[in-house]
Design a binder for this molecule. Structure first.
Ligand SMILES: Cc1cc2nc3c(=O)[nH]c(=O)nc-3n(C[C@H](O)[C@H](O)[C@H](O)COP(=O)(O)OP(=O)(O)OC[C@H]3O[C@@H](n4cnc5c(N)ncnc54)[C@H](O)[C@@H]3O)c2cc1C
Length: 395
């Protein structure tokens, strides 16, 4: 039997891979099983100086993802001796990664793509794990897809369950049980669940806390800090389009069409008669410095380098927005946020290149192990790493 802690991108993958191969799996999940498409109620964001977004429920933060799929950190991992060629190919197949048809590119996204091309920095179409046949074009990805068109780790959990995986929701792992250098199981409340193989995948904000409890060294936090800037553009309609359906890289930033409700309030405060449909906006995301800490509290600083990179990206995004029709006097920026916490149990610090900790039988398989800030969507990489860990355990 193998115990998997956490059912997000990493944990669900490990549970599925092991169950498909006939292993006995117990999946411990702190949150509930979502009952419908409204995953936004499971947001458990952390105000760490910069706001860090995540959801705590079965399926983890994948339930609010916008379906972006990039092979992040592939070269960095290869240079550490982890070749994920096979796992990435499998992950892309399992998640159904594809470029969406032109019919799913809305007018606002097209407008931004044309403006970026005019400025000499053309955008590419974003590979997505969205089933275009089921997408209703409602812009709701980050609140939980109402039509289940976007892959989430729940799909893997359900597949694992069909192959015998036992899922325990509302069961937070509170302590990893270890004796004589070997993992023995997990404590949740007064319950001891015993096994000599445990995969920790509680996400980069919780995994390090469990490791700290057994004196395994942890590492600083990165989150891919981002800012969304936007301006007044009557009837632009970006809010109902698929977010981030195109992207460009500029001066160390990733720039993508992205609507944020915060911008409506900011525009109204400044006297613009804006409703949701009147905002044209873009996200500027950076591979930030790992200036964060997870312990009893969680903090994340913005370094001068981060601030400089964000400003340069925001200036370029602002120019694209104006070229695309946003009123240049109206540009506003939402607060800094991060959606890719990682690195807190990274390879070389908490785990070896098999993603095993110094405790025999205790593995980590979530964003915590990433060797550096991905600077882009990490789910594909985390899924590939989950497959890699499962393969090691089965061997
Ligand atoms: C709004 C938003 C949009 C995003 N869009 C994308 C995107 O388009 N593409 C992309 O690649 N990435 C995206 N991301 C990031 C992506 O969702 C995360 O990087 C990824 O889900 C992290 O995987 P994980 O396994 O490390 O953690 P999670 O998916 O967060 O899973 C951790 C799991 O552990 C559970 N847990 C926590 N503590 C315990 C405990 N003590 N015991 C038991 N269970 C526990 C949690 O409830 C959760 O189920 C987005 C994130 C957000 C917030």
């Amino acid at each position: 039997m193998v115990i998997v802690i956490g059912s997000g991108a990493g944990g669900a993958t490990v549970a599925r891979e092991l169950a498909l191969k006939g292993a006995e799996v117990t999946l411990l999940e702190r949150g509930p099983r979502p009952s419908d498409g409204h995953a936004s109620r499971y947001y458990a964001n952390v105000d760490a100086g910069v706001k860090i977004l995540r959801t705590l429920c079965l399926g983890g933060t994948t339930l609010v993802s916008t379906g972006n799929a990039m092979r992040c950190l592939e070269e960095e991992l290869r240079s550490l001796g982890i070749d994920l060629t096979r796992e990435f190919a499998e992950a892309e197949r399992d998640l159904g990664v594809r470029i969406l048809p032109d019919s799913l590119y809305g007018p606002a996204t097209r407008r931004l793509m044309e403006a970026a091309a005019t400025m000499g920095t053309p955008m590419k179409k974003m590979p997505k794990f969205i089933d275009h046949g089921r997408c209703r074009l409602d812009g709701q990805c980050a609140f939980g897809c109402p039509t289940n068109a976007r892959w989430s780790a729940l799909w893997f959990v359900e597949e694992a369950e069909e192959h015998g995986c036992r899922t325990c929701c509302g069961t937070p792992a509170e302590e990893i049980l270890v004796s004589s250098g070997q993992v023995r199981g997990v404590r949740s409340g007064s319950r001891h669940i015993l096994d000599d193989e445990v995969v920790l995948a509680a996400g980069a904000l919780e995994t390090p806390r469990l490791l700290q409890g057994i004196d395994i060294p942890t590492a600083p936090l990165f989150i891919d800090t981002f800012v969304t800037i936007g301006g007044f553009c009557p009837a632009a309609g970006l809010h109902t389009e698929i977010p981030m359906n195109a992207y460009l890289h500029h001066d160390g930033t990733l720039v993508m069409p992205h609507y944020s409700r915060q911008l409506v309030d900011l525009l109204v405060e400044r006297g613009w008669p804006a409703t949701a449909s009147d905002v044209l906006s873009m996200m500027v995301k950076i591979r930030d410095d790992d200036a964060g800490e997870v312990g009893d509290t969680i903090s994340k600083a913005v370094t001068p380098r981060d601030a400089g990179t964000l400003s340069a990206g925001a200036a370029h995004a602002g120019a694209i927005l104006v070229e695309a029709g946003a009123d240049p006097r109206s540009l506003v920026a939402a607060s800094l946020r991060g959606t890719h916490p990682g690195g807190t149990a990274r390879i070389g610090v908490a785990v070896d290149t098999y993603l095993q900790t110094p405790v025999e039988g205790l593995y980590v398989a979530d964003a915590s192990v990433l060797p550096g800030a991905p600077g882009g969507p990490p789910i594909l990489t985390i899924v590939a790493l989950g497959k890699y860990v499962a393969r090691r355990i089965l061997e």
